[in-house]
Design a protein around this ligand. Structure first.
Ligand SMILES: *[C@@H]1O[C@H](CO)[C@@H](O)[C@H](O)[C@H]1NC(C)=O
Ligand SMILES: *[C@@H]1O[C@H](CO)[C@@H](O)[C@H](O)[C@H]1NC(C)=O
Ligand SMILES: *[C@@H]1O[C@H](CO)[C@@H](O)[C@H](O)[C@H]1NC(C)=O
Ligand SMILES: CC(=O)N[C@H]1CO[C@H](CO)[C@@H](O)[C@@H]1O
Length: 693
């Protein structure tokens, strides 16, 4: 097999996707099928070149021979891609940092290789956990000190300075052995978005171990079936929230060792939780000494040279996805996390920035289809995303991939074979924006039910969405959590049950639950919560940095608040748990879009049905309705299965849960039957058929 991109002459057969389903779902793409076919053909050709030159199976597992790899026989195999170099050397503690001791051998296509034989006693010349460094001699005789792009472990010492490359090659006896199978793919995806470092109450960086022992059980108990981990890929700057990645193959050493992350994921699997990685392939940190920037001395190599290689807003580097070795690096990176750590899928960060040449910096999308096709599209990025999804699904058919795409590009979440980009879900990013806007700008009596309805249901038919009321984005400094928007004036003084329930806290607790439930029921086919917000986490997130005296005060999650039985946070927590578990029972996320039978702006009432259960909301701040008629499709006897007004959840218990509701043969609001209900103000309920006699 050839080790290069110049393998295959372009194939003469035109490959086309099966566009029929896509066209049925969305006839508007008719005028743009040329673009769709063109990118599909580019993908097919790239894939065919990879198959012909190395096979995707091997290409995607290049992490097995690139970097510095300890072999069972004690030898160490080293391989790098350093285009244009005059010479490449390996040095480290193992050779007393001598500069020219170990020189790589030059191969074709910018590749360099070196084999270190085992020592006489069969052990490795390089000790596990010892420090390494690459020296790259450029054509003009500069000597660059670099970390291998394939380094699997890097560490900062004494909390300052650049990260160092550490050889990770534990003895057999210390390898982690996975005990649990991957869980079954959830039909209804309920995601707990988490950050290991902030996942304790203490002002410090929390550990993988701590997450495994204390946070995973919470997530399981709450009723989520998926954990999405942010900030795993090593990022030298903690305050970047994991989005300025420096070392793509290294799981962050801040929280512990690779073994401890493996244990975390295995433990989650044992609890039946899927684990997704927030993967950042849209850009890279511009660090040189401990990052990927200027790897071979010029600004190209992994990235586009010149201005195309810089994201002006993020001040970071942009990958050159048409470069064969970049594809190898990124595709292998995904496979690495699937194989080495057993992640079950990915949330792809920054997809919108990738796919438009202008990165959609400070502009919106109107929905005009011309915005999604034509010359402003970055075809190479699109092809990379298709290739990535195709590889992921080939090797792990049940993997889940989620696109962070704000633009709503058609086909983002359709299968590759149908002309789509191949993601399973996209994030419904308009929903959290709407809630913040409403809470910032509107008086309760001015909440516009039509507008809320529109935002919660305005999504592409045939493409799945993850709905959320707030994610990590809304928590960042400058913004604040929904609970804080609702109650910040009194959260430090009136969350204790020893104080009387004030109107502000009462409203906040009520709306916090209602906003989550309507988002959950109506906004998508999956649901996401950011760690801590399930119990109304106060304040915002701010990582230690020079600007705030390196304080961890806002870089933690105050779980003690929910564990304190005297505080009202427990109500929100219990409601969130009941909401997840009710979904588990009825499965509305996996069901067809809801039928909204009523959205009444005067009454501030919302009624919809999904998966055979009836959702009822009364957003009115003061008006409760007795004998209120609501439409239902299926006749019979109904009971309340979730009530936000239950005193368990800090409500006023205005509904009698023993009451049964009987439908009448009276069509109403577009439904074949109807019944009379009581709708207390500022509360929400779910009703389901009661099949007992
Ligand atoms: C995890 O962190 C919490 C809070 O900081 C602490 O009380 C607990 O002992 C830690 N547990 C482990 C296993 O590190
Ligand atoms: C670095 O690699 C690029 C190819 O990506 C090449 O054009 C450039 O000349 C190399 N730089 C040096 C200093 O050799
Ligand atoms: C991207 O990589 C390709 C393939 O190596 C190269 O031809 C092209 O010049 C690079 N583009 C930029 C902008 O650096
Ligand atoms: C604890 C601390 O110093 N927090 C500060 C972090 O920075 C923000 C913004 O500069 C300040 O508002 C905080 O008080």
């Amino acid at each position: 097999a050839m080790d290069s991109g110049d393998g295959l002459k372009s194939s003469s057969n035109m490959v086309v996707p099966d566009l029929q389903t896509f066209l049925e779902i969305d006839p508007y793409i008719e005028n743009f099928t040329g673009d769709i076919k063109r990118r599909y053909e580019m993908f097919s050709k790239t894939k065919a070149r990879i198959e012909a030159a190395e096979t995707m199976e091997k290409f995607s597992q290049s992490y097995k021979n690139f970097g510095v790899k300890g072999k069972p026989d004690g030898s160490v195999h080293c391989k790098e891609w350093v285009p244009g170099a005059k010479a490449v050397y390996l040095r480290g503690a193992f050779n007393n940092w001598e500069r020219w001791g170990y020189s790589y051998e030059k191969k074709e296509f910018g590749k360099w290789e070196l084999v270190l034989p085992p020592k006489d006693d069969g052990s490795s010349m390089i000790e596990h956990l010892s420090e390494l460094m690459l020296i790259i001699q450029t054509h003009d005789d500069q000597y660059l000190e670099r970390i291998s792009p394939w380094a699997t472990y890097v560490k900062q010492f004494d909390n300052h300075g650049t990260y160092k490359w550490i050889f990770w090659n534990p003895p057999q006896s210390e390898l982690y052995h996975f005990k649990n199978q991957r869980p079954k793919k959830p039909k209804s995806l309920r995601i707990y978005e988490a950050h290991v470092g902030i996942a304790s109450s203490e002002p410090k960086v929390a550990s993988y171990k701590n997450f495994t022992d204390t946070v995973l059980p919470r997530i399981k108990k709450l009723g989520y079936n998926c954990v999405q981990l942010m900030a795993i890929m090593e990022h030298a700057y903690y305050a970047s929230f994991g989005y300025q990645v420096t070392n793509f193959f290294a799981a962050s050493s801040r929280y512990g060792t690779p073994t401890e992350l493996q244990e975390l994921i295995d433990t989650a699997h044992g609890m039946g939780l899927y684990v997704l990685l927030d993967v950042v392939h849209s850009h890279a940190c511009k660090n040189v000494l401990d990052g990927l920037n200027m790897f071979n001395g010029t600004d190209s190599c992994f990235f586009h040279s010149g201005s195309r290689g810089v994201h002006s807003q993020w001040d970071s580097r942009l990958f050159n996805y048409s470069e064969w070795e970049v594809l190898r690096f990124l595709i292998s990176n995904l496979r690495w996390y699937m194989e080495e750590y057993k992640f079950d899928g990915f949330r792809f960060d920054g997809v919108t920035s990738m796919i438009y040449h202008d990165h959609a910096i400070s502009r919106g999308f109107s929905g005009d289809y011309h915005e999604y096709f034509g010359l402003q599209m970055d075809m190479e990025s699109l092809v990379y995303l298709i290739l990535a999804n195709d590889m992921i699904k080939t090797f792990l058919p049940d993997a889940i991939t989620i696109a962070e795409d704000v633009s709503g590009m058609p086909g983002m979440c359709r299968p590759v074979s149908e002309g789509g980009i191949g993601f399973d879900y996209r994030l419904a990013m308009a929903i959290p924006d709407q809630w913040i806007k409403i809470l910032k700008e509107a008086r309760d009596e001015d909440w516009d039910m039509d507008h809320i309805f529109h935002t919660l249901t305005n999504r592409r038919h045939g493409e799945l969405c993850i709905a959320y009321a707030e994610s990590h984005d809304q928590a960042l400094v400058g913004d604040k959590s929904l609970a804080f928007w609702l109650m910040d004036k009194e959260m430090y003084t009136h969350m204790s049950e020893c104080t009387h329930l004030t109107p502000i806290i009462d409203r906040g607790i009520s709306l916090h639950k209602m906003i989550r439930l309507i988002t959950h029921g109506l906004g998508g086919e999956g649901y996401l919560n950011f760690i801590g917000n399930e119990f109304g986490h106060p304040e915002w997130l701010d990582f230690p940095r020079a600007g705030n005296s390196s304080s961890y005060h806002y870089a933690r999650r105050q779980f003690h608040l929910v564990d304190d039985n005297l505080l009202r946070y427990k109500f929100l927590y219990k409601f969130d748990s009941a909401m997840q578990n009710t979904e588990e029972t009825y499965g509305w996320l996996a069901a067809k879009q809801a039928y909204v039978s009523r959205k009444h702006n005067g009454d501030k009432v919302f009624v919809f049905e999904r998966a055979g259960v009836l959702f009822l909301f009364n957003f009115h701040h003061s008006q409760s309705f007795t004998g209120y008629r609501v439409g239902v499709q299926n006749p019979g006897k109904y009971k309340i299965v979730l009530d936000s007004d239950d005193s368990e959840y800090g409500g006023h218990n205005r509904n009698d849960k023993s009451v049964r509701f009987f439908t009448e043969e009276m069509a109403f609001d577009g439904r074949e039957h109807s019944m009379l209900v009581y709708l207390p103000c500022r509360s929400a309920m779910i009703m389901a058929k009661d099949d007992t006699d």
